[in-house]
Design a protein around this ligand. Structure first.
Ligand SMILES: [Zn+2]
Ligand SMILES: [Zn+2]
Length: 389
């Protein structure tokens, strides 16, 4: 069967699933679960795939809410990734319900391609994207060893096929001082809160002199017990981000100096810990992105080049993109003025535009699976992955 006929067939399959996919998306949206607690979402998605003929393993890579659903037995294997975690208080302000529904929809639609052309399709349930970086654990556990190509589509305010993201490292810091009566014996105390404020002020001074795309931001999570006690303990969590891994390393040293300096100045003892999950930047596979672009445009969507106004975040898909050829396109579900991680974006993720975004994302991904299985295409994708940067 020629490829255009196959693509028509997968589009029909997504249309046939339309109501079920929208219902799945809305169910996840209405039951927001935080990272690594996505019991309902992962169960619904895994069951949907199982009911549609996929072989499902629940709880993989040491993560209870991760899953792997496969259709087909041969290589090459294309992975479609589903995220389904929500944000505290805002719910699905990142629209991961749409990522989830589009991945399973594309997976089921790809069955006819696999029946015709061989290979296999895997839908990977990847929990805890926000804050935790669950895919980093999955990469470490070898969940991508059998995968040849990986795709995920994130809802957003522009259609883009290749996005830039930042390397990101979390930092936990604590200062230990000496409690004392803040009025009667302040000279006997060591102020751990002052140490923290001093470190944050030093970081503010550093910020003028760092590269434009780099980011340093954090919150103080403990600043003392009462105004009349010199704070004996303070704590903060920060994210340090940069366009490259090299500049991230440079910046990490400079940020740490701010804390060390504050420790010396105040006498408060510093303890720190770099998070063991460092997000790496997205390595976009241009060949794969080109295929996805054509398919998305064939659905009547205008695709934009990456736009810096859109801003730079970080995603654990970056870590996946370092080990297998990957793309992380975005699909428009809201006007440009709407910001991610807001209640407005959460509303868009359950709107008609959100539904259409998930349907188009599912179609474009499944159509791209058909392209990947054309003779010579995987070699081209892998050649770019291994030999260009
Ligand atoms: Zn997010
Ligand atoms: Zn997100």
């Amino acid at each position: 069967m020629e490829i255009e006929k196959l693509k028509l067939k997968v589009k029909d399959s997504v249309e046939l699933q339309r109501q079920q996919l929208i219902q799945l998306s809305l169910n996840i949206h209405d039951n927001p679960e935080l990272g690594f607690e996505e019991e309902k979402a992962s169960a619904w998605l895994a069951s949907y795939l199982e009911d549609n003929g996929f072989h499902v393993e629940r709880g993989i890579a040491g993560l209870a809410t991760a899953f792997r659903a496969i259709y087909g037995q041969e290589s090459p294997t294309t992975a479609l990734l589903a995220e389904y975690d929500a944000l505290p208080k805002i719910g699905h302000g990142c629209g991961h319900n749409i990522i989830a529904a589009s991945a399973v929809g594309a997976g089921v639609a790809s069955k006819s391609i696999i029946d015709q052309l061989g290979g296999s399709v895997v839908v990977l349930g990847t929990p805890g994207e926000e804050v935790f970086g669950g895919k980093i654990d999955m990469v470490k556990a070898g969940a991508f060893k059998e995968i040849d190509v990986a795709m995920i589509v994130h809802p957003n305010v522009l259609n883009m096929v290749a996005i830039q993201t930042l390397a990101c490292s979390p930092l936990e810091v604590e200062f230990f001082g000496q409690a004392a009566h803040a009025a009667a014996q302040p000279h006997r105390g060591i102020n751990a809160l002052d140490a923290m404020i001093l470190a944050f002020t030093s970081i503010n001074s550093l910020r003028q002199h760092i590269k434009a795309e780099a980011r340093i931001h954090g919150i103080i999570t403990d600043g003392g017990e009462a105004p009349n006690i010199v704070p004996a303990h303070s704590a903060a969590t920060l994210f340090i981000r940069a366009l490259t891994n090299d500049y991230l390393d440079e910046l990490k040293d400079k940020v740490l100096n701010c804390f060390t300096g504050a420790s010396i100045a105040t006498g408060a003892r510093l303890e720190y810990r770099w998070g063991d999950r460092t997000y790496t930047p997205m390595k976009n596979n241009a060949t794969l992105a080109g295929l996805f672009k054509q398919n998305l445009e064939s659905l009547g969507r205008h695709v934009e080049a990456f736009d810096r106004r859109f801003g730079l975040g970080s995603t654990d898909m970056g870590n996946v993109s370092q080990v297998v050829p990957s793309i992380h396109p975005t699909i428009t579900i809201a006007p440009f003025k709407v910001l991610l991680h807001t209640p407005e974006f959460a509303a868009a993720a359950a709107s008609q535009a959100g539904h259409q975004g998930l349907i188009d994302a599912a179609k474009a991904m499944a159509m791209t699976v058909a392209d990947i299985l054309q003779p010579g295409m995987l070699d081209k994708i892998k050649q770019e992955f291994c030999c260009h940067d």
